[in-house]
Design a protein around this ligand. Structure first.
Ligand code: V47
Ligand code: SF4
Length: 387
């Protein structure tokens, strides 16, 4: 069915007005964003989001070949939703990798066609700015073309404060040492009403935004996330996306928005129920509609599960991250059904093709590396052996 027919069939004049705006490429207001959450039915939201997705990207669905390094799960902070950090409670389960151990991981990918390493972990009091500069230099001297997407704004904030340097100075040092871009973690919910309840002791919303703004001003790109589906209200989600949309108007430095579904296993918020798949799909669709200046919307499959990630491709999502190695523990520890999050290129391509989308391998900055539309299953299996 055509989008204008779907809009006309909606017997809610306010939703019809929003639908018309989307059809004519106009931005929606925060009030309209909240209304979409409160009154928009999933098929209507999905049609709008898919219209935007297909206008921006057609059927193209991006993935990249990457792996993760988590330097430590020891963390000085105590976010209530975190199932991962080990400092006080279960100290014996804490780990901390040396520079040599991390270089060993990097070298284990020699000869494999990965384009990105994503480095992110807890905030360890002993892992300093100079330690990470040394790590970045070692990675770049070993494999200069490997893109390093590293450290959340929370980690940046802590290492810069500890080293007593400004955000500008610290970011410049990391960039010179080899940092290429910044992942979207640590954003959670910016609004202080919620942030003070779920992660009071780490960098606040303005601090997070300032770190990304500084990176953008130095020509680096970054991603943004939002941890949703816990104690926040729709208003807080829209407030979060509004702050991101405003910064993006200013800098244009964000590549991707990644909604992260709260998982409730083994953390201080285990009493909070997880959101339903309907609520998850609404979240993706409204993010696609609201963040009109974000080029990409990513579903992070290790958290959502493969089947649900596949479903999001009809609700605005045009990226499903990468062939992440099972070194990612943050979601398996929080209760995701993906206990060993690794997917071969063959599996990712099949997953995308099954829902009639076009699988495209990209690099971190969305340069297209290979179109897998016409690659046969046999070729994929040969390719899978390279993974
Ligand atoms: O900031 C922690 C989230 C984030 C839980 O930029 C949880 O490409 C759900 O940001 N339930 C870190 N979520 C991971 C992250 C990320 C992941 C993939 C790609 C990119 C990217 C960034 O994980 C944290 C927090 O929001 N998180 N605990 C939990 N119980
Ligand atoms: Fe530390 Fe990050 Fe966990 Fe918060 S979410 S406790 S900052 S590892």
């Amino acid at each position: 069915m055509q989008l204008n027919t779907i809009i006309a069939n909606t017997n809610n004049p306010k939703l019809q007005a929003i639908g018309e705006k989307v059809l004519h490429n106009e931005r929606i207001t925060p009030e309209e964003g909240i209304l979409l959450f409160e009154q928009g039915e999933l098929p209507f939201l999905g049609a709008l989001a898919n219209f935007i997705r297909e206008k921006k990207h057609g059927h193209k669905t991006y993935f990249n070949r990457n792996f993760h390094i988590e330097p430590t799960n020891v963390c000085v902070f105590s976010c209530a939703f975190c199932s991962y950090s080990r400092l006080y409670a279960k100290r014996e389960e804490g780990w901390e990798l040396s520079l040599e151990q991390m270089m060993h991981i990097i070298k284990s990918y020699d000869g494999k066609p990965v384009t990105e390493v994503h480095i992110v972990g807890g905030v360890h009091p002993k892992l300093t700015l100079s330690f990470f500069m040394e790590l970045l230099k070692a990675i770049k001297s070993h494999r200069p073309e490997l893109h390093v997407k590293g450290f959340t704004a929370v980690e940046h904030d802590y290492m810069f404060r500890k080293a007593k340097v400004s955000v500008e100075e610290g970011m410049k040092l990391l960039k010179e040492a080899g940092l290429d871009s910044i992942p979207g973690g640590g954003a959670e919910i910016f609004h202080p009403e919620i942030r003070t309840q779920i992660c009071a002791d780490k960098v606040d919303g303005d601090g997070w935004l300032n770190i990304h703004k500084t990176a953008h001003q130095m020509g680096m790109h970054s991603n943004a996330t939002m941890l949703y589906g816990h104690i926040e209200k729709y208003f807080h989600r829209i407030d979060h996306m509004e702050r991101l949309r405003s910064l993006q108007d200013e800098t244009g430095g964000f590549n991707t928005f990644i909604p992260l579904k709260f998982r409730n296993k083994d953390n201080d918020m285990s009493h909070v129920a997880e959101s339903s798949i309907i609520e998850d799909l609404k979240m993706y669709a409204i993010a696609r509609i609201y963040l009109d200046n974000f080029p990409h919307l990513k579903a992070y499959w290790p958290m959502l599960g493969r089947k649900n990630a596949q479903l999001t491709l009809s609700y605005g999502v045009n990226d499903i991250d990468g062939t992440i190695d099972d070194s990612t523990k943050i979601y398996s520890m929080a209760g995701s059904e993906e206990q060993n999050p690794a997917m071969s290129t063959a599996e990712l391509v099949t997953l995308i093709k099954q829902v009639k989308r076009q699988p495209i391998e990209r690099d971190t900055l969305y340069k297209e590396i290979k179109d897998y539309s016409n690659v046969t299953l046999q070729e994929l299996q040969i390719d899978a052996n390279l993974n």
